[in-house]
Structures are given as structure tokens and as C-alpha cells.
Design a protein around this ligand. Structure first.
Ligand code: FAD
Length: 554
């Protein structure tokens, strides 16, 4: 008999994340409630896991007392808590297909719950982030940044240092870092948990819960699919035959080319364009859309283009690529922009047009798992697929493809799979960073998205010339844009283009998550001569002309 159940409530009256927090707290205060969660106030839904002895009226009374009207719209029984399903015959309670960040988070959570776990990995343990993604790209970007700033010091009187030429040595250091982090953060961590095993091999689902690895068929109680994603290239005539670099290959080039064409002006394309330019490569970016960094606020995209062009990156937008061909060891890319044809030449060609879930050929459909058009695994709010014992997390469920989303999803999928706790996958206030210099960091809604949602909003844009930290560093490249709800002043979006914007965005993330207003930001102490003080100044610009403020925004 089940001792707990999962209830779904429709809650009326929530207008911000603060309301979501009040409802959550009110529901949690009811005796017998184990968990309560509001995925997002916009959903108007709350989930509760409670002892079956808890009736609905105390839950509804608690939300009413907090000022919100609730109705229970669904109730279903759960497996008994903390009793992990033991696999028959001493097999695995949980198997992850894939051994990247989502899989590791799933395995660790499962082991902490007392489960026996197998991680199946066909390639290099650790997956994309540590081996070929975040870690290698960010360490090379930092090297390029130091190289650039020493060659072009912002302070007059400092002697410019020549750009370093030893690319191979820098790549070697990157490989050493990758190897150390793979060992320290994946292999050694797995070894700490005696109930986690790593199986090296290619996993195929055979139907039901059966998984074949190296000829052996396993039948784990639950499965978390965490197979990640792979680079995707558009169907351009001649591209496949000509061959091209992916981001992974570009980060390990043995020698730097003289020139490079990058197809794709998204975050990875722009990060790599600046990286290679700063190492002395002549780079051209070809973007099919009207803007690069198109997910960002237009002010930010336009300013970044200016800075990149100052560094001699050539950026072309609205480009249609007609054909790609090899010639004399290099590449010819036939383009058309606003009806005007051009033939672009470069020694190397890099395609950075996004990634697609790696979900084909592993038996998902045979196992009853439904996929979307681009291969994304369809999951519900609990990351359960259409096959009840199979969950999925990470890049294989589609956008947003970030490692922190993969890790969060992996842990949540494992917990839901093993204990039936019904936690909701909640991406409210999800920040993201593009690691160009200056960096772009954003959280919440852009002005256009807020308007599209019917919100009445006000915006404030603060150029970094008004931020003391930027002045003192002699680097005023960038701006801060805040989007706030007109009536309440609640912050709904923050967009920062600045050196180390990724550090600044975290304050805005908390502000959005907890329903704070721009006045709350303006009223909070911010240490003088920090970049995050820019958020306070941007908040002040809703009411004051910031150019007339004294030091410390007095
Ligand atoms: C160049 C680059 C830079 C990036 N920078 C950042 C960044 O700065 N910040 C950030 O948050 N994110 C970044 N990302 C994205 C981030 O790396 C991914 O979102 C994250 O690594 C995805 O984790 P995952 O566990 O879903 O998949 P992965 O880490 O890709 O793991 C999937 C694993 O499954 C294995 N596998 C697949 N099929 C099978 C099978 N049938 N059997 C066994 N094993 C299988 C694969 O070999 C792979 O190792 C970057 C990505 C790239 C490419």
C-alpha cells in the first residue's frame, strides 16, 4: 500500500516568484507534507508530496491563508519513500546511458539514495563539458584574453607585450587541465561511491527495461538516458564532401591557420571567432540570420559586433551559403548577401551552427520513448519519458543545453525515478553566459519577450562609462540593461555586456528568482569599485540621471 501521494494544485492569484515562494512555504507548513513546489508562478500550478493521511482541505486552507486560492486537480499514489527498488538477481537499480554531466549527477544522487548504479559510457568518461566543451574552450579563451590585453594594454605607459606564438604549448596545457579535471571530478568521484560501476561500451535499448552493453543484456529497474548532443551542420551543397572543423577539433588544432571562416554567429561561433582572432588568425563569421547573438538584447548584440569588428573579426549577417568547395588545400565558400554574390576564401572552415540531441540508433523508439522532430526526447515535468521506467536528462532532451541544466536534470531524474518523489524540473530564472570579451550574461526576459507576454514594462540601459569599476579598469566596453514590470518595479530581466558579466549576473538571478524589485537592488549595499555595483546603478537609472550621481551612487 502507498503511504504517500502526489497532488497537483491549481493556484490562483500568483503574480511573481515571491508569490510562488509564499505558496510553497504555506503548503510546506501543513503537517504531513514532505515536499511542496511551485515550478513557476506563471504555470499557476503547485505540486505537493504528502502522507496519504493528509486530506486536501488543510492544503487549500494554507494557500488561502497566504492569500491564494487553490484547487486540487490531480492526486496519484507514489511508491513508498526511501525504499529503493532492489533489482532482481543483484542487478542495477539504475543505469545511465551516457557518462557525462547529467549521468554523473544521476548516478551520485542514486548512490546517495542507496541504489546500485551503472554508468554506461561508449566514449570518454566525463562527456562533453570537461573533455571537449566548457573546460577546454574557456581555458583557451582566457589564454587568448591575456594575450590580447598584454598586446593592447588599456593603460597608457604600460609596455605592450608581443602576442605569444606557442599555440601548441597552450593546447598542451589545456589538455593537461582537461585530463586533471576528468580524473579529479569524474573518475575519482565515481570511485568514492562503492555502489557506482562504470561500464565501458555502447548501450542499446532493446525494449522494456532491457539494455545491451557489449553483448550482455541488463535489466535495470530504472534507466536515465543522458546521451548528450552532437554538432549539427546545415545541408549546404558541398559541405559534407569538403569536410570541416567542429568546435571540438578546432580546440585541438595542431597548428594555427592563417585564416578561418566560421559558419554560425551563436555563442560558440562568436567565442571561437574572438579566440582565434586573438591568436592571430584572420577570421570571418557567416551568419544566416539578421543578427549574431540573436537570443540577446539587440543593444548587446550590436555593441558586441562593434567590439569584435574593432579587433578585425569580419562579421557578415543575412548570408545564404550556396556552396562549399575545396581549392588548393583551402576552402571556397560561395555566399549571397542581399542578392550580392561573394566567394569567401580561408585556410580552415569551422561550422558552429548548433547541436542536436544524440538519440538515434540507440533503440529509444523500440523502448517506447517518443522523440521530437530534431531528436529531443519528450519528457514530462518530472523528466520521465513516455516509457514509465525510462527518464532522460541533459542535452538529449533539447534546449537549453548547458552543463548546469544537465547536472540539475540528471539528479532530479534519478531521484524521481527511484523514489517517485515527483520533483518538478524547474528552469525559472536560468542565467546563461557567452564567454566573449566582454562577456554577455543574461537572465529572465528580454524587452521583446516581456512585451510578447503582455507585461507592461520599463527598461533602463546603463553604458559602462557610468560604472566606476569599468572606469578604473580603463575598460568601459559594454552596458547593462534591466527590464522591470511597470506597476510593481519587479525585475523580470537583466542583460549584461561587461568584463566578467558572468559574475555580475548572479545577483540579478537571485533577484528574479525571489521576486525582488529594482528598488530592492538600488537599496542594497554594493561594494564600491566592483562591477556588480553597475546593477545598482542601472536600477537607479529608472528614477535618476545616473551621470549626475556622486561616488557610491549617493
Ligand atoms: C564548445 C562547447 C562549449 C561549451 N561551453 C559551455 C559552458 O561554458 N557552460 C555550459 O554550461 N555549457 C557549455 N557547453 C554545453 C555543455 O558542455 C553541455 O550542455 C553538457 O556537457 C551536456 O551534458 P550531458 O551529460 O547532457 O551530455 P554529454 O556530456 O555530452 O554526455 C553524453 C555522453 O553519452 C555518451 N553516449 C552517447 N550515446 C551513448 C550510448 N548509446 N551508450 C553509451 N554512451 C553513450 C557520449 O559518449 C557522451 O560522453 C559547451 C558545449 C560545447 C560543445
Amino acid at each position: 500500500m502507498n503511504d504517500r501521494d502526489h497532488r497537483l494544485l491549481r493556484v490562483e492569484g500568483m503574480t511573481c516568484e515571491g508569490c510562488a515562494r509564499h505558496v510553497t512555504e504555506a503548503l510546506k507548513s501543513v503537517p504531513g507534507v514532505e515536499q511542496a513546489q511551485v515550478g513557476s508562478w506563471r504555470s499557476g500550478l503547485a505540486t505537493v508530496v504528502a502522507n496519504t493521511a493528509v486530506t486536501d482541505p488543510p492544503l487549500l486552507a494554507a494557500s488561502q491563508k497566504a492569500g491564494y486560492h487553490g484547487v486540487v486537480i490531480e492526486r496519484r499514489g507514489l511508491e513508498p519513500t526511501r525504499v529503493i527498488p532492489r533489482s532482481k538477481g543483484g542487478g542495477y537499480d539504475l543505469m545511465t546511458i551516457g557518462g557525462g554531466s547529467a549521468a554523473f549527477a544521476a548516478a551520485i544522487k542514486a548512490a546517495e539514495l542507496g541504489a546500485r548504479v551503472a554508468i554506461v559510457e561508449k566514449g570518454t568518461i566525463g562527456g562533453t563539458c570537461v573533455n571537449i566543451g566548457c573546460v577546454p574552450s574557456k581555458t583557451l579563451i582566457k589564454a587568448a584574453e591575456l594575450c590580447y590585453h598584454s598586446a593592447y594594454p588599456q593603460f597608457e605607459g604600460l609596455t605592450a607585450c608581443p602576442p605569444p606564438s606557442n599555440w601548441q604549448r597552450v593546447v598542451q596545457q589545456k589538455d593537461d587541465l582537461v585530463a586533471a579535471l576528468r580524473q579529479g571530478k569524474y573518475v575519482d568521484v565515481a570511485a568514492v561511491y562503492p555502489t557506482i560501476s562504470i561500464l565501458k561500451g555502447d548501450a542499446t535499448l532493446l525494449g522494456g527495461r532491457q539494455v545491451r552493453v557489449n553483448g550482455t543484456v541488463y535489466e535495470p529497474e530504472k534507466i536515465v538516458v543522458a546521451t548528450g548532443s552532437s554538432p549539427w551542420a546545415p545541408p549546404i551543397p558541398g559541405l559534407e564532401e569538403a569536410g570541416f572543423l567542429t568546435s571540438e577539433q578546432a580546440l585541438s588544432l595542431e597548428a594555427l591557420p592563417a585564416s578561418m571562416i566560421i559558419i554560425g554567429g551563436g555563442s560558440i561561433g562568436l567565442e571561437l571567432a574572438q579566440l582565434f582572432t586573438r591568436f592571430g588568425v584572420k577570421v570571418m563569421v557567416l551568419e544566416s540570420g539578421p543578427h549574431v547573438a540573436r537570443a540577446e538584447e539587440p543593444e548587446i548584440g550590436q555593441a558586441l559586433v562593434r567590439y569584435l569588428e574593432e579587433e578585425k573579426v569580419r562579421i557578415c549577417t543575412n548570408v545564404t551559403i550556396r556552396q562549399v568547395e575545396r581549392q588548393d588545400g583551402g576552402y571556397l565558400v560561395h555566399t549571397q548577401t542581399d542578392g550580392k554574390p561573394e566567394v569567401c576564401r580561408a585556410e580552415r572552415l569551422l561550422v558552429a551552427t548548433g547541436r542536436r540531441p544524440s538519440t538515434s540508433g540507440i533503440g529509444l523508439v523500440d523502448a517506447g520513448v517518443v522523440l521530437r522532430a530534431q531528436g529531443e526526447i519528450v519528457v514530462n515535468d518530472h523528466l520521465q519519458t513516455s516509457s514509465p521506467d525510462i527518464y532522460a536528462a541533459g542535452d538529449c532532451i533539447g534546449d537549453p543545453m548547458y552543463v548546469y541544466v544537465a547536472a540539475y536534470g540528471g539528479g532530479l531524474a534519478a531521484e524521481n525515478a527511484l523514489s517517485g518523489v515527483g520533483k518538478v524540473f524547474d528552469l525559472t530564472a536560468l542565467p546563461h553566459v557567452t564567454f566573449t570579451d566582454p562577456q554577455i550574461a543574461s537572465v529572465g526576459l528580454t524587452e521583446q519577450q516581456a512585451k510578447a507576454q503582455g507585461l507592461r514594462i520599463r527598461t533602463a540601459v546603463l553604458p559602462l562609462q557610468h560604472v566606476p569599476r569599468a572606469l578604473a579598469s580603463r575598460n568601459t566596453k559594454g552596458l547593462i540593461k534591466l527590464v522591470a514590470e511597470e506597476e510593481t518595479g519587479r525585475l523580470v530581466g537583466a542583460h549584461v555586456l561587461a568584463a566578467e558579466a558572468g559574475e555580475v549576473i548572479q545577483e540579478a538571478t537571485l533577484a528574479i528568482r525571489f521576486g525582488l524589485t529594482v528598488q530592492d537592488l538600488a537599496d542594497t549595499f554594493h561594494p564600491y569599485l566592483t562591477m556588480v555595483e553597475g546593477l545598482k546603478l542601472a536600477a537607479l537609472t529608472f528614477k535618476k540621471d545616473v551621470s549626475k550621481l556622486s561616488c557610491c551612487a549617493g
